[in-house]
Design a binder for this molecule. Sequence first.
Ligand SMILES: [Zn+2]
Length: 276
Amino acid sequence: MLVNLQEIMKFAEEKEIAVGAFNTPCFESLCAVIEMAEQKNVPVIIEHAEVHFPCGPLHQIGPVMVDFARRAKVPVCVHLDHGTSMEVLEQAVELGFTSVMFDGSALPYEENKAETRQVVKYVHSHGVSLEAELGCMATVGGTEGMYTDPALAADFVSATGVDALAIAFGTAHGIYAKTPVLNFDIISEVKKAANLPLVMHGGSGVADEDYVTAIQRGIRKINYYSYMGAGAYQKALEYGREHPENSHLFQELSKVAADTMKEYLDHIMDVFYRLK
Ligand SMILES: [Zn+2]
């Protein structure tokens, strides 16, 4: 069942949980996420990021994601992760995505605000939700970012009308070079000031108890992929080395990768949705 981000965030707010937002740049990840969400009977967000376009071009994987969502037994939001140009945002909307992220976090504040407001008008006229980002997350491998300013967040949200806000409170994209130190008070302060569903990027690689605390403070969407992708890669490599007799069967690697991702999802969905 295809739904937009607003509907899924309403569910998350009511239940006080976070909905998992998983990147699905390939068929294996897409199958793994939908299968586990159906198995656990939870709504889910499948997302595609511009940085993954070289592996899965939007015009190829996008329609497949939308089709998977429509056929799923659980609510599924199809989201564009880190859209930076109007061209890509429009393409996602035309393909049937129900949510997009406009990442103007690298822009000066007023520009980010003005551009985000324009994008909100456009996507809302199509029944599509918008996630924006405020604050500067650390780059891949680092942990030093610039935290989101709660007062600015309140101004930004009321001026733009965004449906969800990605905030910077110590997480980073990719694989962590050192254990991240999270500033949970930022989450509480932004939640209090801006009162909307908050999004955690760089979600994989964080300790389970830190997810729980972040959710208690107001995080409602957690972007999770890097560690699951790295785990699948490692397992597929090991399988390849251990089974030279199957070296002509690429699909065996694909199956190992999908099964490994399902193991990660099995665990992390229990944490995000507070199932156990
Ligand atoms: Zn991100």
